[in-house]
Design a protein around this ligand. Structure first.
Ligand code: HEM
Length: 450
């Protein structure tokens, strides 16, 4: 491990790189364990992906520095370039020079007043979903909550009521692409252009996603989207809108549907899974929702009173962050933790590398919502909660997603008892851009009449 007197940070190398492949097999085999293991080797750890080197910040202050300097540490690197190729140059994937304008246009859709309106939609969608379940039914949680999240994003951001078929198609397209993007990073560019079945499937998935999103946008235009995100992006004069091309608008719709659905579904899945595995905490959550909601699904005004539910969700996001691997690329030479990094160096960051450190969160693998109680003895530094990143590229949907997760979890618990059914596999889904349980089957029993 390299120590530099001019910096408080140490640099090191991850052991176990294989010839030619580097750490790629270890990452594909156990992404969470791999990321969790890195802080033992330094504050900035070099890893190898095939022949390429990448650097992973493992100290909260170092990560903060990288995330805040978004001009020097820009969106890029093999993973981001592949993602941009698949889902377009939207707010989440665009480089710095496109970013400010897109963010300025999109930000009002996530303001206070809008969020309060969205809570009502979230609540009614959760009520509709839970009303369909039967006593003893087993639901496949990730599929179920992804569908719910697609409906919520389309209704809140695009005023589009999309049918079950379109929802299923969207979900399928994102799932297919999300599973293909990670492994594609390791395929040389020349091989990506060969007419192989895997490449044909990849391009077919992109074309299909475009078709489905075009249909959503048509539904949206047919509906009442006045003042909604789509009319602002389309340059609707009444909305003081932008002047984006149809392809750019499609990129933004894909971005919101892509960034805002499986991520939140994963958060709901991990939260319900962790509660099912900790019946004492689940009981405390039932007690809170019974007092606050008496069987209803929560509205916006109920959110402050659901304070235990909020701590449960926060702790679930700490322990099982839905986005496990994100990237930046340096646009100029920099020295980080005493290491000289030329322009074009790939930085990879993972909330797992920060949020599972004993030095930051005592007993880090323990699911303990009470570590978020105000006045707790060992509060973690503010920048050690990296689930939604920070700086200019911080998740625009952080409060939206947290509200949605709380409303969904509390709304379900107010009506249903949930337990893991046989067949549940709580290992992180392999080869997925989103960290969610590989298979979460939840058995439902009514807690009270609807
Ligand atoms: C629990 C759910 C969510 C998690 C864990 C999450 C996490 C993140 C993270 C870590 C980033 C930063 C990416 C980076 O550093 O490269 C991000 C960006 C983003 N997220 Fe989320 N997100 C969630 C939900 C949502 C929702 C619900 C929406 C929209 C409806 C959304 C939209 C976006 C967008 C558009 C960006 C790009 C922001 C920018 O670059 O300006 N996310 N998200």
């Amino acid at each position: 491990m390299l120590t530099d007197v001019s910096t408080p940070f140490t640099a090191g190398r991850a052991p176990g790189a294989l010839p030619l492949l580097g750490h790629a097999p270890a990452i594909l085999r156990g992404p969470v364990e791999f990321m969790e293991s890195l802080p033992a080797h330094g504050d900035l750890v070099e890893i190898r992906l095939g022949p390429q080197r990448a650097y992973v910040p493992c100290h909260p202050d170092l990560l903060q520095q990288i995330l805040v300097e978004d001009r020097v540490f820009d969106k890029g690197g093999p993973l981001m370039d592949t993602a941009r190729d698949a889902v377009g140059n939207g707010l989440a994937t665009c480089p710095h020079h496109d970013h400010r304008r897109k963010r300025r246009l999109t930000q009002p859709a996530f303001g206070q007043a809008a969020l309060a309106r969205y809570s009502a939609v979230m609540s009614s969608e959760v009520a509709a979903a839970r009303a369909l379940w039967q006593d003893g039914q087993v639901i496949d949680a990730f599929g179920e909550f992804s569908r719910l999240a697609v409906r919520i994003v389309s209704r809140t951001l695009f005023s589009a009521e999309i049918g079950d078929d379109t929802t299923d198609e969207l979900q399928h397209s994102f799932k297919t692409l999300s599973a293909m993007i990670g492994p594609r990073v390791f395929v040389p560019a020349a091989a990506q252009r060969l007419p192989l079945p895997v490449n044909r499937r990849y391009h077919k998935a992109i074309d299909h996603l475009h078709d489905v999103v075009d249909r959503v946008m048509t539904d949206c235009r047919d509906g009442d989207d006045a003042g909604g995100l789509l009319s602002v992006l389309s340059g609707d004069a009444a909305s003081g809108g932008a002047d984006l091309t149809p392809a750019e608008i499609r990129d933004e719709v894909i971005t919101m549907l892509g960034a805002g659905t499986e991520s939140t579904a994963a958060a709901v899945c991990w939260t319900l899974y962790l509660l099912a595995r900790h019946p004492d905490l689940r009981q405390r959550l039932y007690a809170e929702v019974d007092t606050v909601l008496a069987g209803r699904t929560p509205g916006h005004d109920d959110l402050p009173a659901l304070e235990f539910t909020r701590r449960v969700v926060t702790e679930s996001l700490r322990l099982c962050p839905p986005l496990w691997l994100l990237t930046r690329v340096t646009t100029a030479p920099v020295t980080l933790a005493g290491r000289f990094l030329p322009a074009g160096t790939t930085i990879m960051y993972s909330p797992h590398a920060i949020q599972r450190q004993a030095a930051v969160y005592p007993d880090p693998r323990r699911f303990d919502p009470d570590r978020w109680l105000p006045g707790t003895a060992t509060p973690a530094p503010r920048n050690a909660f990296t689930v939604f990143a920070t700086g200019a590229r911080k998740c625009i949907g952080d409060i939206y997603a947290t509200n949605e997760t709380i409303i969904t979890v509390a709304g379900i618990a107010a009506r249903w008892q949930f337990d893991c059914a046989p067949g549940t596999d709580s290992r992180p889904a392999p080869l997925s851009g989103i960290n969610h349980p590989a298979k979460l089957l939840l058995e439902l029993r009514p807690r009270r009449a609807q």
